[in-house]
Design a binder for this molecule. Structure first.
Ligand code: NAI
Length: 300
């Protein structure tokens, strides 16, 4: 198979000063991409800022013969990050929304600030950088956008209501953006990674942090960023050498008729059939799903 390369392509990787972002940036640069290494350079809880992290990763890329520029803006200032790409390299072809923080705390103890900051960095940050990059991609008829969700968003995790909500919000953003980008060859895919990093060091034992190297995640991300990738709107679970697609499905369900409204007891009598997923199906857009209901009602 021919080597997949990114020569002539400009990539923004947010939160690329460490962990997964650094690994994505190094891999893309090693295959010819010009990379904007964005990182606010603060602490894992979102406080503080600094230039060292982004600068260090740029140095690593350049020392290996690649091209990179640092960017120190918060993802909330997405327009400034995209400006760095356009001013330095003329355009943006690839955007990896990766920056993230954690403020884990049980829901009862969570402050409004813990909620807001986590939603800001993950959800509003991903939205703001994408909002600035999308018109550039649309105009040129090419774009590859990666969103970073989490198993905590997809499945839940104690103490992470803020993070889970933000991460599943990102999936919603991607679900609709895939439709809006389709005509313009802008593909939007999402990863749910697992990797040892500064963030997971807070919750994982050291042997797992060491074993789950971020480098295991980046090849899938790079593939999704490539011209060769034809998929859009997909979610992938990835880490430690494991790769799998994630999707939500809807059961066959039960149609109790529309001539009359069901009773509460009808629901009780049918709850097992309502919950049954043995004949579940996947929908790629909401009209397919509502079409199913309208057909059962014989409206469509
Ligand atoms: P990390 O802490 O090493 O990387 C996150 C980076 O984002 C840091 O370098 C940080 O300085 C930067 N950052 C934070 N706020 C920023 C802001 N406002 N603007 C720009 N940069 C900012 O952690 P890791 O694990 O590499 O996380 C990367 C992404 O992967 C995050 O979105 C995280 O939620 C997600 N993720 C990671 C998992 C894992 O197992 N490591 C699991 C699921 C999701």
């Amino acid at each position: 198979m021919a080597e997949i390369r990114f020569d002539g392509k400009v990539a923004i990787v947010t939160g690329a000063g460490g962990g997964l972002g650094r690994s994505h940036a190094l891999l893309l640069a090693s295959r010819g991409a010009k990379v904007v290494v964005n990182d606010l350079g603060g602490a894992a809880d979102g406080t503080g800022a600094g230039k060292t992290m982004a600068e260090q990763v740029c140095k690593e890329i350049k020392d290996a013969g690649g091209e990179a520029v640092p960017d120190y803006n918060s993802v909330l200032d997405g327009d400034k990050i995209v400006k760095t790409a356009v001013d330095s390299f003329g355009t943006v072809d690839i955007l990896i929304n990766n920056a993230g923080i954690l403020r884990d705390i049980s829901f009862m103890k969570q402050t409004d600030q813990d909620w807001k900051l986590v939603l800001d960095v993950h959800l509003n940050g991903s939205r703001n950088v994408t909002k600035a990059a999308f018109p550039v991609m649309r105009e040129k008829g090419y774009g590859r956008i990666i969103m970073t969700t989490s198993g905590a968003g997809l499945y839940g995790n104690f103490g992470q209501t803020n993070y889970s909500a933000a991460k599943l919000g990102i999936v919603g953003l991607a679900n609709t953006l895939k439709a809006e980008g389709a005509k313009y060859n802008v593909k939007v895919n999402t990863i749910a990674p697992i990797a040892g990093s500064r963030l997971t060091a807070q919750v994982m034992p050291q042997n797992l942090v060491d074993a789950l190297k971020p480098e295991y995640v980046s090849p899938l991300v790079a593939y999704l960023c490539s011209e060769q990738c034809e998929d859009t709107g997909m979610i992938f679970s990835v880490g430690g050498g494991y790769f799998s697609r994630v999707a939500y499905v809807e059961g066959e369900g039960v149609f109790l008729g529309a001539e009359k409204v069901s009773t509460i007891e009808d629901i009780q009598a049918n709850i097992d059939k309502i919950k049954d997923l043995s004949k579940a199906a996947e929908f790629t857009q909401v009209m397919e799903q509502s079409g199913k209901i309208l057909k059962l009602m014989k409206i469509m």
